[in-house]
Design a protein around this ligand. Structure first.
Ligand SMILES: C[S@@+](CC[C@H](N)C(=O)[O-])C[C@H]1O[C@@H](n2cnc3c(N)ncnc32)[C@H](O)[C@@H]1O
Length: 240
């Protein structure tokens, strides 16, 4: 399998940090009920920005960070290994949401900014796999990203971040590519101090769109009861 993040992987961590600055509080809030006598699971962990929030929510609990992309996993592994507290607790797993061997009891599950990578069957299978293992009262925390329908999204710059003399810029547009999919056309640029474009990279990836109602229905079918919080962060727990 190719690495969908082979090109964007270089840029993703620095460009995701501002978004995670905003997500930290709603995700921490949604992680209430997480328990330390089960493994904490971050699925599609990327470079570990959510893994850090998850690990902080339940100090001392074991964490599995599942990441299929080799380039993102390299950043994830390096970042976790660089922090003595996390190096002891975080196991980096080279697998995807459906192929990963999951621990029998999960103390909380995080799946941020990734659910659109799964097709509808895969999404439902993933939700069932998680629901079967979640400890009572322990949350699955995930989010939806626009669009909710397969509609065009005009190009926009999502963010810029400066590191040294360079500014990194990420942006993109989306086009419908099927009844429930869009293709995101991402653009990454690196600019010099005088705004000269030094590098420009492009990456396309498919994304399965899902409405809030459809996600809540899939969660219910898996035996989970979900609710939306701020920044569209969803918290779901097993129905008793
Ligand atoms: C936009 S990134 C989000 C990364 C991280 N969760 C965050 O919020 O910073 C999407 C992540 O989902 C991962 N991914 C893609 N397909 C996946 C799959 N089938 N199962 C699990 N993760 C997947 C990608 O490799 C990538 O790390």
């Amino acid at each position: 399998m190719g690495d969908e993040y082979a090109i964007s992987g270089e840029y993703l961590h620095v460009l995701s940090e501002p978004a995670w600055h905003a997500l930290r509080t709603p995700v921490t809030e949604a992680l209430r009920g997480a328990v330390g006598d089960g493994t904490l699971l971050d699925v599609g962990a990327g470079t570990g920005l959510g893994t850090e929030v998850l690990a902080t929510a339940v100090p001392d609990a074991d964490v599995f960070a599942v990441e299929p992309s080799p380039v993102l996993r390299a950043v994830l592994l390096s970042r976790m290994a660089a922090r003595p507290d996390l190096r002891r607790r975080v196991t980096v797993v080279a697998a995807d949401a459906l192929g990963a061997d999951l621990p029998a009891r999960l103390g909380a599950v995080l799946a941020m900014n990734m659910i659109g990578h799964l097709d509808p069957d895969g999404r439902r299978t993933f939700l069932r796999r998680v629901a079967e293992r979640l400890a009572p009262g322990a949350p699955l925390v995930l989010n939806l990203q626009p669009p909710a329908e397969p509609t065009p999204v005009p190009f926009a710059v999502f963010g810029t971040v400066s590191v040294g003399r360079h500014t990194y810029e990420g942006g993109g547009s989306a086009e419908p590519s099927g009844p429930d999919t869009v293709t995101w056309k991402m653009q990454y640029r690196m600019l010099d101090a005088d705004d000269t474009v030094l590098r420009e990279d492009h990456a396309d990836y498919g994304w399965h769109v899902i409405s809030a109602e459809a996600l809540l229905a899939d969660l219910a079918e898996a035996g989970l009861s979900g609710e939306f919080g701020s920044l569209d962060v969803v918290r779901a727990v097993r129905r008793s």
